[in-house]
Design a protein around this ligand. Structure first.
Ligand SMILES: Cc1ncc(COP(=O)(O)O)c(C=O)c1O
Length: 394
């Protein structure tokens, strides 16, 4: 069959299931507002959790600080990979700063969380190893597992008893066992039981890999993530954080032992075979590094907003889950979730309907993510609007 004909048939099937997606041009207006087409919306789908990416004062301070830089020093392109000539001196400053902030031996910066997660496991986990991963781990982690040669078993979401049973059964027959989880789950907003995972990794001499993409910046006294909040930073062998969400930048980092970092520099394909981050991006991240720990007011405000909205949603009979600023409102049917999101857009709220394959079949939802640059009066009408929209789409 002709390729395009085949793909048209596939797309028709995707449309029929209410799963069709497309990209739309978006303009960020600041203050959690976006413009799509002619209309302005409150952006409830942003990962800029601390509101830093569009903060006019912060951006002005950044550009002021670098106003004397020669244009060539902070360009938009790094011209080569890190192992060739793209390793701008700011990488060292950033990595040493991160390692010092977390009190860990080494930090290694990758181009994105996706690059981190598709690079680390394939480099470290081989045929004689086993990966035990939470069923709801992000697609980038799943892709990393697929690219590794290790055996992979995914345990039911947050089921540490099942994980322990798997360790008991399989640990003796494997060289290394990697326990892989997110700390705040991206689609459910719930928190991994890091204390129990640390106990399990100790008991079974496993390697603990935690992706803190949705927790860095927003959790912990200094915004280091859920591991800081739980006091287990030093116990996580492979701790991943991303700059693309609460840090309002681009890129990601791994905190690990010196030997692991050295080994990855030599073997992680997603670090080696890609153009390094642009110097201007590195400069922004170095600028933010000392500031993130100080954003206590933003973290507290975000937590208060989330607690209040979760309470109000429940008060309107809506099913939510999680314990973070990421708040799914469960709908179930994909087409109904899309119709509800569209209805909310008519009221000026930009909410995404999250559907399979991003989440399991039958668990389509609205994913609300709150950011620290929002105020309660803007959110107050939301629970009532969602409840009404769901009633009419029944
Ligand atoms: C848990 C998790 N890890 C990694 C990533 C990818 O990070 P990045 O956007 O920096 O590629 C995401 C992105 O949504 C994520 O949710």
């Amino acid at each position: 069959m002709n390729l395009e004909k085949q793909l048209r048939a596939e797309l028709a099937r995707i449309r029929d299931q209410g799963l069709y997606r497309r990209t739309v041009p978006v303009r960020h207006e600041g203050g959690a507002r976006i413009r799509v087409g002619e209309r302005s919306f409150l952006n409830l789908a942003s990962n800029d959790y601390l509101g830093l990416a569009r903060d006019p004062d912060l951006l002005a301070a950044f550009y002021r600080q670098h106003s004397c830089a020669r244009p060539g020093d902070l360009g938009p392109g790094s011209t080569a990979s890190r192992l060739m000539t793209g390793n701008h001196g700011l990488y060292q400053r950033l990595e040493e700063g991160l390692a010092g902030m977390y009190g860990r031996e080494r930090a290694l910066v990758f181009n994105s969380g996706y690059h981190c997660n598709i690079g680390i496991l394939p480099a470290l986990a081989g045929r004689r190893d086993l990966i035990l991963a939470d069923k709801l781990c992000h697609a980038s982690l799943i892709d990393g597992m697929r690219l590794s040669r290790a055996r992979v078993i995914r345990y039911p979401h947050q089921d540490c008893d099942r994980l322990e049973a798997l360790l008991r059964e399989h640990r003796p027959r494997h060289r290394q066992v990697f326990l892989v989880t997110e700390s705040i789950f991206s689609m459910d907003g719930d928190l991994a039981d890091l204390d129990r995972l640390v106990r399990l990794k100790r008991q079974w001499q496993a390697v603990l890999y935690v992706d803190e993409a949705h927790a860095v910046g927003t959790r912990g006294d200094r915004g280091l993530g859920l591991a800081e909040e739980r006091g287990v930073v030093a116990d996580i062998d492979l701790l991943v954080g991303t700059f693309g969400k609460a840090w309002g930048g681009q890129g990601a980092w791994l905190l690990c032992a010196e030997t692991v970092a050295d080994y990855l520099v030599n073997t992680a394909r997603s670090l080696i075979f890609t153009t390094a981050l642009p110097p201007v991006t590195l400069a922004w991240l170095c600028f933010l590094l000392p500031r993130i720990p100080r954003l206590v007011r933003q973290r507290n405000h975000l937590r208060d907003l989330a607690d209040r909205l979760r309470r109000e949603l429940a008060g309107h009979g809506l099913t939510t889950c999680g314990k973070s600023n990421i708040m799914p409102v469960m709908v179930g049917d994909a087409a109904r979730a899309v119709a509800t999101a569209e209805d909310l857009r008519r009221h000026g709220y930009w909410v995404n309907a999250v559907r399979p394959p991003t989440v399991p079949a039958g668990t389509a939802r609205l994913r609300i993510s709150l950011t620290a640059d929002m105020e309660w009066p803007l959110l107050a009408p939301l629970p009532g609007l969602i409840a009404d929209a769901l009633k009419t789409s029944r």
